[in-house]
Design a protein around this ligand. Structure first.
Ligand code: AMP
Length: 442
């Protein structure tokens, strides 16, 4: 049987793993740790939930601690890029836990919080810096960090980086990190655009893949209920009331930030405690909502895809798709939030007439036909007893900043749109082909 010790991990790391209660390496850890300990580059197809953070953190911590160097002001030895703040914070926490016995310093920087504390934290230098791309570049521009000493570079969740329009930020970061380094590149999916991006960063990488993109988590029971868009809120409220005893934690997905807020207002009006997490919330609110959900203080969290991606909360018993995602892979990510760590999970999708095409794409990708769950038999009678739902705001005739469809109607801006500060166009990395390649081992 493969053990962490047989993968070549050192005593301090084995001790940290034991303290954490990990007995056996996960498949990605088995595949990734030995080549990473040899200093090889790695291209991994894996999503969160597979143990990929430890797969890249453990060998890196071992390398950094066995090759200790005095910290240099404003420099870091390892840079991990994450697309979202929550994932960045989670990765940094993992480094702190796994590196407890290895005397490794870790900092995490992301936007949405004051920059001055981060500038101060980086002044002495740090071993491992976990960052979102935008804030990292702000810090580079303010000379709070320079990346000349980076020996290990990790690009996590590459597909989401592109979705969020971080391509130009990544291009720039690629030009300022040293060519000679170890590079790790992870993505949940690997279509050609992502593979091309990876090729710019990697040098003769070892390729590992776990849970192919089209595999739906096997232990998730998946249901679909066909319902008019206007009745979704009533169905959600009644479902949560009916399933109350069975729900440990439920994650409800909406496509837009305003949609998430409306769902929260409606649930609260029906006396169902919940919170929302999305890009319009302050970092403090996002952290508080996630902490309360983790601790079980609230059992219902309403989220957009962007905010929820990569979140690792154990004990999510239900995922409810209030709206289906328009990208089928996103469905797999969503339902992957449940049935973690060997537990069972339930995913319920509310599908209106306009979403049937999305449903077809999802069923084609996952090769699973969702089981139809009819509306509750007393639905019509019960829905009238509920508080009147908060209506979608009427589209004002003309108002600056509104997001208009081609037909002139306002619609809620899909989550993620506001963060394309580095330009929306994917592609173009080719201009740097070869310029970021490692010229030798480390
Ligand atoms: P990740 O894919 O890195 O987000 O990890 C998913 C979850 O699995 C996290 O809660 C980790 O703490 C946990 N985990 C990672 N590796 C192991 C392991 N070998 N045994 C048990 N749990 C693990």
């Amino acid at each position: 049987m493969t053990t962490f010790a047989s993968l070549g991990l050192s005593k301090p790391i084995l001790a940290a793993l034991e303290a954490k209660g990990y007995n056996t390496p996960t498949p990605i850890q088995m595949q990734a740790i030995p080549p990473l300990l040899e200093g090889k580059d790695l291209c991994g197809i894996a999503q969160t939930g597979t143990g990929k953070t430890a797969a890249f953190a453990l060998p890196s911590i071992q390398y950094l601690s066995e090759n200790q160097q005095p910290l240099r002001p404003h420099q870091c030895r390892m840079l991990v890029l994450s697309p979202t703040r929550e994932l960045a914070a989670q990765i940094a926490d993992s480094f702190k836990t796994y590196g407890k016995q290895s005397r490794i310093s870790v900092e995490c920087v992301f936007g949405g919080v004051p920059i001055n504390r981060q500038i101060r934290a980086l002044a002495r230098g740090v071993d491992v810096l976990v960052a979102t791309p935008g804030r990292l570049l702000d810090l580079v521009d303010q000379r709070a960090i320079n990346l000349k000493q980076v020996e290990i570079f990790v690009l996590d969740e590459a597909d989401q980086m592109l979705d969020l329009g971080f391509i130009h930020a990544l291009k720039r970061i690629a030009t300022i990190i040293p060519k000679q380094r170890q590079s790790l590149f992870f993505s949940a999916t690997m279509p050609k655009t992502i593979a091309d991006l990876g090729a710019q960063f990697l040098n003769d990488p070892v390729k590992v893949s776990v849970a192919p993109q089209s595999t739906t988590a096997e232990r998730v029971e998946q249901f679909v209920t066909f319902v008019h868009a206007k009745e979704k809120q009533a169905l959600l409220t009644l479902t949560l009331q009916a399933e109350e005893a069975a729900i440990d934690r439920a994650l409800i997905f909406t496509r837009t930030k305003h949609g998430a807020d409306r769902v929260v207002k409606n649930l609260q009006a029906a006396r169902i405690p919940c919170a929302a997490i999305h890009g319009n919330k302050s970092q403090g609110q996002r952290t508080a909502a996630l902490d309360a959900f983790r601790k079980g203080e609230i059992r219902i969290l309403v989220a957009t895809d962007i905010a929820a991606r990569g979140i690792d909360v154990s004990g999510v018993s239900h995922v409810i798709n209030f709206e289906l995602p328009n990208v089928a892979e996103q469905y797999v990510h969503r339902i992957g939030r449940t049935a973690r760590a060997g537990r069972e999970g339930i995913a319920i999708s509310f599908v209106d007439g306009e979403e049937r095409a999305y449903l077809k794409q999802i069923e084609r990708l996952t090769r699973v036909q969702l089981e139809q769950r009819p509306l509750p038999s007393n639905f019509d009678a019960e829905k009238h007893k509920l508080p009147k739902p908060v209506a979608k705001p009427e589209a004002p005739k003309r108002s600056q900043g509104n997001y208009r469809r081609d037909d002139g109607q306002r619609r809620d801006r899909p989550e993620g749109g506001e963060r394309r500060r580095y330009g929306p166009k994917p592609g173009g990395v080719g201009a740097h082909k070869g310029s970021v390649r490692k010229t030798g081992g480390r």
